[in-house]
Design a protein around this ligand. Structure first.
Ligand code: KIV
Ligand code: NA
Length: 273
């Protein structure tokens, strides 16, 4: 049971071989990814990717816990981190600790992640003090997309760069074991990585980050909506699924499926599925 990579193992990898992270939301995908990754994030992107909501604000605590349980059942080795959904932690450190405890107790995950820097440092510190490891998330914060008026790349102005450094420092000082840097100018993400002593996990950030993460559906080419510039598609599952559906449809219509191989007849000893 202790073969799982934990938050402290991730923390120790600062400056070493890049930390391989992907999101996962389901049992079968967790099974497929677990041998290859160090960390699986049950991102609140699940609300958009699997449930079709317009933003991550569609995620609920119940949704995060259900997918967290599925990913834990499907993985044995990866450090599993579950996102705290919008509305579960911003109000107070006490609210954040209550929600984080529920996530960890009901899923068995290794850590939780929340978005923000200086503004939620007290929440990070309180969750860490309760014995739950926390991953930070700075730069572009999808839970703030409505407030920000869109998905805007961070670190373009001197003023914003100063804010990013303050956020990175606040997250580190609050006791986070690592921090996601999303949608941030490359040179700034690289400098932030050298500025703090916990691993940075980049997405639309820099190759100099201590690790990288992508949304699994984006990475395998299954995303049907527009994918951001920072995504690299390593497979084309859209085409694979559409092609399979088209061939199945043709075979059903022509009665080529099911063939004798896929039906039950009176042959002896063939009564199992
Ligand atoms: O929800 C998510 O998928 C994330 C990653 C993109 C870091 O937060
Ligand atoms: Na997220």
């Amino acid at each position: 049971a202790d073969i799982r990579i934990n938050a402290e193992d991730i923390r120790r990898r600062k400056g070493g071989v890049p930390i391989v992270c992907l999101t996962a939301y389901t049992y079968p995908v967790a099974r497929l990814l677990d041998p290859h990754v160090d960390l699986l994030l049950v991102g609140d992107s699940v609300a958009m990717v699997l449930h079709g909501h317009a933003t991550t604000l569609g995620a609920s605590l119940e949704m995060m816990i259900a997918h967290g349980q599925a990913v834990m059942r499907g993985s044995a080795k990866a450090c599993v981190v579950v996102d705290m959904p919008a509305g579960s932690y911003e109000a107070s450190p006490a609210q954040a600790v209550t929600a984080a405890r529920r996530i960890v107790e009901e899923t068995g995950c290794q850590a939780v992640k929340l978005e923000g820097g200086v503004d939620i440092a007290a929440q990070i510190a309180a969750i860490v003090a309760a014995g739950i490891p926390v991953m930070g998330h700075i730069g572009l914060q999808p839970q703030s997309v409505e407030k920000d008026g869109g998905y805007k790349i961070k670190g373009r102005t001197q003023e914003n760069i100063a804010l990013l450094f303050r956020d990175a420092e606040a997250v580190e000082k609050a006791g986070a074991f690592s921090v996601v840097i999303e949608g941030t100018m490359e040179a700034v993400a690289a400098k932030l990585t050298h500025y703090i002593s916990i691993p940075t996990i980049g997405i639309g950030a820099s190759v100099d980050c201590d690790g990288q993460i992508l949304v699994i559906d984006d990475m395998v080419g299954l995303t049907v909506d527009r994918v951001p510039k920072f995504v690299k598609e390593y497979a084309d599952l859209r085409s694979a699924v559409a092609d399979a559906a088209a061939r199945y449809a043709a075979e059903v219509r022509s009665r080529a499926f099911p063939s004798p191989d896929h039906v039950f007849t009176t042959e002896p000893g063939k009564d199992e599925t």
